[in-house]
Design a protein around this ligand. Sequence first.
Ligand code: NAG
Ligand code: NAG
Ligand code: NAG
Ligand code: NAG
Ligand code: NAG
Ligand code: NAG
Ligand code: NAG
Length: 484
Amino acid sequence: MWVEFKIADFVLVWVIVALDAVAVVYGGRTSGYVRGLNYSADMPLDSDVFRVPPGYNAPQQVHITQGDYVGKGVIISWITADEPGSNTVLYWAEHSTTKSQAEGIMTRYTYINYTSGYIHHCTIVDLEYDTKYYYEVGIGNTTRQFWFFTPPAIGPDVPYTFGLIGDLGQTFDSNKTLTHYESDPTKGQTVLYVGDLSYADDYPLHDNVRWDTWGRFIERNAAYQPWIWTAGNHEIDTLPKYGESKPFKPYSHRFHVPHMASGSTAPFWYSIKRASAHIIVMASYSAFGKYTLQYKWLISELPKVNRTETPWLIVLMHSPMYNSYEAHYMEGETMRVMYERYLVKYKVDAVFAGHVHAYERSERVSNIAYNIVDGLCTPISDKSAPVYITIGDGGNLEGLAKVMTEPQPDYSAYREASFGHGILDIKNRTHARFGWHRNEDGFAVEADSMWLQNRYWGSVDEMPVASIWKGPGHKGYRRNMSSY
Ligand SMILES: *[C@@H]1O[C@H](CO)[C@@H](O)[C@H](O)[C@H]1NC(C)=O
Ligand SMILES: *[C@@H]1O[C@H](CO)[C@@H](O)[C@H](O)[C@H]1NC(C)=O
Ligand SMILES: *[C@@H]1O[C@H](CO)[C@@H](O)[C@H](O)[C@H]1NC(C)=O
Ligand SMILES: *[C@@H]1O[C@H](CO)[C@@H](O)[C@H](O)[C@H]1NC(C)=O
Ligand SMILES: *[C@@H]1O[C@H](CO)[C@@H](O)[C@H](O)[C@H]1NC(C)=O
Ligand SMILES: *[C@@H]1O[C@H](CO)[C@@H](O)[C@H](O)[C@H]1NC(C)=O
Ligand SMILES: *[C@@H]1O[C@H](CO)[C@@H](O)[C@H](O)[C@H]1NC(C)=O
């Protein structure tokens, strides 16, 4: 029996190799661009980007995120170091003569021998759409003023531009990524952040001082436009040997999200609507099996997405479901097995993930036909499937994921181990352009790009990208189990 199988395998493998040799290769590009250094040093503690703002008890680490379900709310967060100070935020629309005020909350935490500053969070709701607001924090001591724009009212043809950043950390490369994002001529209006923020847990005792430096580093952008948070593995941050066994402790004290507005029971999975997009944040590191809270929430959220209102359905998670790098290979597989069928059923346009310190864009493929006996276990072209984009290339101290699985699988349309950022530029209900920018190029250069056709409104074909269906004879053709 065993011998017979071996012979059958052997023959099949050779048939496939022969077919591969003559097949025309369409998509599936591994970039020839090879970045020299794969190691990034963290910026030293006395770097300009980590400077504490002057003045007694001055608010620092100011950042904002969406504060409600529909984009009329903002959560403003900041930290004061010397004393609790005031929880009040003053805010006013540009040209307005009256100022409003909102009252926030204050929290703090200890981590082994570290004690955090006074962490303030204030949610402001019922703002006008499409309006510039100024806000002031630190009332009573040193005040600091910032501003942001609310998004346009939700609607199917509202253009809106999202930046995509992941696994940023705080190295010289991280600073380059943020600078390139800020200078990108396709101005990003909101950052979709796909997890792994400060990398403080790479330090002895998870030195939380590196959470503070990270907060000061991103303030120059995150105080002026919302960053939509996804939790990554570096946010788990437990050190049981030292009594720190509560997962996500520093993260959940420092970064609040509007999860309750979408009926979620935890800040790790939630959704928001913004302009023409419905964005679902999933939690790679919270229970997601059947009957879990995350599962129940997601299964009830997906049918609520109204594509007439928000044509673009975007999912964020940390660990990618499709990844052809050796780093974290197959780690997203349990999540894929569990949820891919729903992403296809509800025609998700794009799934963005981080985790792998490199860039990769997939074809529209799915791998949901497989059941334990039918052998259909290879991803196939699927026009209802999302494009999967790995954008964990923010530039943290762990360096690039340079080793790739070979040969490049057919589901992988483009991959490159360089640091960079992405921009999703939604034009209307049918068209959005995604561009990936590597840090070695000028701000305006897109090293990889594609026009996304909306899965609900757009044409099913996205011809400019790559061949969608490759047919028998090409290595992308679905193989039988017996060929493995
Ligand atoms: C860079 O990558 C190579 C292999 O890809 C590895 O041998 C080397 O140790 C890495 N260097 C650093 C500093 O991480
Ligand atoms: C915590 O302990 C570590 C190791 O002993 C030490 O290096 C660090 O300075 C301490 N931090 C504080 C805030 O005391
Ligand atoms: C700082 O502000 C708080 C709240 O407004 C106030 O109670 C406190 O007295 C102020 N501290 C100083 C030193 O001005
Ligand atoms: C970080 O980037 C900013 C903007 O380009 C620059 O002003 C600053 O000096 C950089 N800091 C470091 C430590 O590289
Ligand atoms: C979807 O949104 C459109 C536009 O706002 C609205 O007319 C329609 O009733 C909504 N559909 C559902 C099922 O709520
Ligand atoms: C949607 O945007 C695309 C790309 O800018 C454009 O070609 C197309 O004409 C637009 N559609 C409508 C209906 O305006
Ligand atoms: C698997 O391969 C066998 C033998 O080549 C073939 O008869 C069968 O149809 C294949 N199954 C599928 C699902 O392609």
